[in-house]
Design a protein around this ligand. Structure first.
Ligand SMILES: C[S@@+](CC[C@H](N)C(=O)[O-])C[C@H]1O[C@@H](n2cnc3c(N)ncnc32)[C@H](O)[C@@H]1O
Length: 579
């Protein structure tokens, strides 16, 4: 359901009366007035219902029903009963109700309209909020197996599931089954809610015929562009239906008489496959609502939270609209074009932002190296040390990485001579320094290995030996990293426990310091896992006894630890805007 938030002016003026019901004197006076005037007023204007025929038994029957329960119409429930059965006939005719139809009636009251619908051969599901009215119609139509009444507030009821069980899922299982219809003389004060609830149900209903307050009906069906009458609900009505103003119903036809006239409106519902082509109705109506929130504002201002002004102006231009457009100047079609254009540019913007992150990532030399490393160990896993294409990929990537890492040992040399954080315990500080020393030695010796592989350094045996020494250094540095991470994790967990005690277990996740410590602990755990894996990889590359670490195992561990490295280097994701 959409999120349109405007209302039809729905409170009839008689609602201002002091008490909440109509007096008997008012009722009797009304009835004698009506006898004199109703047929005259009905014929006064064109497109006014109905013929001259007066059916006194309508209001007698209605009043008799009400009197039988000592009930007076309640204003809070919008109870204005229909006294002219011609209008009930016209309501049913507007929906073309016929034998075999399924009809939903909101607020059956005494059942005058219900009776017409049942006589036409329709099955009727009625919903009324007033328990007395529910009892009344239940008794009145007790003999009809085609009638069912529910005591519920329509606005709060689960209408879709009620309808599906009423229809016994026939609509869904039989594509040729005629859709249901809604016919109702509604309380005016729930008409906006009813319209918003029912119109998007084109998969269940074909027609919604409502008796609405005349002014509200005109505003829904014939709103003028560029006027204050034009609101999001007009976009909603036209999005989901083809509305038609059928005829005006003078106030004299109701008991008690409201201070305003009513009108019959038919909404011919569109099937969901015929809705205007928008990627998401939710985002479409959210755009429409935002546009009308700043009704006096130009769209390039009121939609700024969705896109930048130049982008909105560009989208308005592509949609063939002036850049200075205001919401009341746009038709449904214009809103659809604007939405789709903005959505497209916002998708482009999102794609650009995503690509920006990738570019940022690839610009890091370290990230490119780790991607190559994943390829290197991935192919080692595939080749399992056997000659072939996979082994060629492994060897060439390994060599390329050695060139790529020229002078990288300087980084660890720099870390070696940099001061350690003050609070670091001596053993951890020493382990950290040993790690830097071993890693920079490994990287330095690795360059000689490369010189040996290319043939620049001729002493192959010495190059081979230096290669093994460099791998031992790397294994040692991985062991030191593991120990440093274990030590740091121990320190972190002690300080997390201390903090938990201070802030209490309940509020800890709201505490920024606590969350930061938890995050660091996760990062250190990952680093520990990676260092452990690297140790196994070095072990495998050195082919140390008991030689259980085959090239395939080495490849698998190397590949997994490379993926961890790639993940650790990911930049923070920018927040993307969506329509
Ligand atoms: C305008 S009267 C119409 C009664 C009857 N259909 C007729 O034409 O005489 C409105 C009816 O809707 C019922 N009603 C009021 N608010 C309702 C709600 N929120 N949900 C369902 N029924 C409601 C009232 O109790 C009343 O019976």
């Amino acid at each position: 359901m959409s999120v349109v938030t405007i209302t039809i002016n729905s409170s009839p003026s008689w609602m201002n009366n002091r008490d909440n019901s109509f007096s008997l004197r008012e009722t009797t006076a009304y009835l004698s007035r009506r006898r004199r005037s109703s047929s005259v007023s009905l014929r006064k204007k064109k497109k006014v219902c109905c013929g001259a025929k007066s059916r006194d038994d309508d209001y007698h029957a209605t009043l008799k029903s009400l009197n039988s329960r000592g009930r007076f119409p309640r204003k809070s429930l919008g109870q204005h009963y229909m006294l002219n059965s011609d209008i009930n006939d016209e309501l049913a005719a507007a929906a073309n109700v016929k034998e075999g139809d399924f009809v939903l009636e909101i607020g059956p009251g005494t059942g005058s309209l219900t009776n017409v619908l049942l006589n036409l051969g329709a099955s009727v599901l009625a919903i009324d909020k007033d328990p007395h009215m529910v009892d009344l119609v239940r008794e009145r139509f007790a003999g009809s197996h085609k009638f069912k009444v529910l005591h519920e507030d329509f606005v709060k009821s689960h209408i879709r599931s009620h309808m599906l069980s009423f229809l016994q899922t026939r609509i869904l299982s039989d594509p040729d089954f005629a859709l249901a219809k809604v016919v109702s003389n509604l309380p005016f004060n729930i008409s906006t809610d009813v319209v918003k609830l029912l119109l998007p149900m084109g998969d269940i209903f074909s027609h919604v015929v409502l008796l609405l307050q005349d002014e509200a009906a005109l505003r829904l069906v014939e709103p003028a562009l560029r006027t204050s009458e034009y609101r999001p609900i007009n976009i909603l009505v036209n999005f989901y239906s083809e509305p038609e103003y059928n005829f005006r119903v003078p106030r004299e036809n109701f008991f008690p008489r409201p201070k305003v006239d009513a009108a019959v409106v038919t909404f011919k519902l569109k099937h969901p496959r015929d809705y205007p082509d928008v990627s998401s109705t939710k985002s479409f109506f959210s755009l429409v609502n935002s546009a009308f929130n700043g009704k006096r504002k130009m769209l390039r201002k009121s939609l700024q939270h969705l896109s930048s002004s130049p982008e909105i102006e560009k989208a308005l231009g592509v949609a063939g609209l002036p850049v200075t457009s205001r919401p009341e100047e746009l038709t449904l079609g214009d809103f659809v074009k604007l939405h789709n254009e903005l959505k497209m540019s916002s998708s482009l913007e999102t794609a650009r932002a995503e690509l920006g992150v990738v570019v940022l990532y690839l610009n890091k030399a370290e990230a490119r190296d780790k991607i190559c490393r994943a390829i290197q160990y991935g192919s080692k896993f595939v080749s399992d040390g056997q000659p072939g294409t996979a082994q060629n990929v492994d060897k060439s990537t390994s060599l390329a990485r050695k060139v790529f890492r020229l002078f990288k040992f300087v980084n660890d040399l720099h870390a070696l001579i940099s001061p350690v954080p003050k609070a670091t315990p001596l053993p951890l500080a020493l382990l950290g320094k040993t790690k830097n020393a071993l890693l920079s030695t490994f990287l330095f010796l690795d360059q000689i290995v490369w010189l040996g592989r290319t043939g620049i350094y001729k002493n192959k045996e010495r190059a081979e030996l230096l290669g093994r020494i460099s791998l031992f250094c790397w294994m040692g540095s991985s062991a030191c990293t593991s120990l440093v991470e274990i030590g740091e994790l121990g320190r972190l967990s002690a300080s997390i426990k201390k903090l938990e005690k201070e802030i209490g277990n309940k509020d800890k996740h709201q505490n920024e310091q606590y969350r930061a410590k938890l995050q660091r602990s996760n990062e250190r755990s990952l680093a520990l896992i990676k260092a452990g894996m690297d140790f196994v990889v070095a072990f495998g590359l050195l082919q140390l006894a008991p030689k259980k670490v085959t090239p395939r195992v080495t490849g698998a561990f190397g590949f997994a630890s490379s993926l961890i490295s790639c993940y650790q280097l990911l930049p923070a994701h920018p927040k993307s805007k969506t329509v």
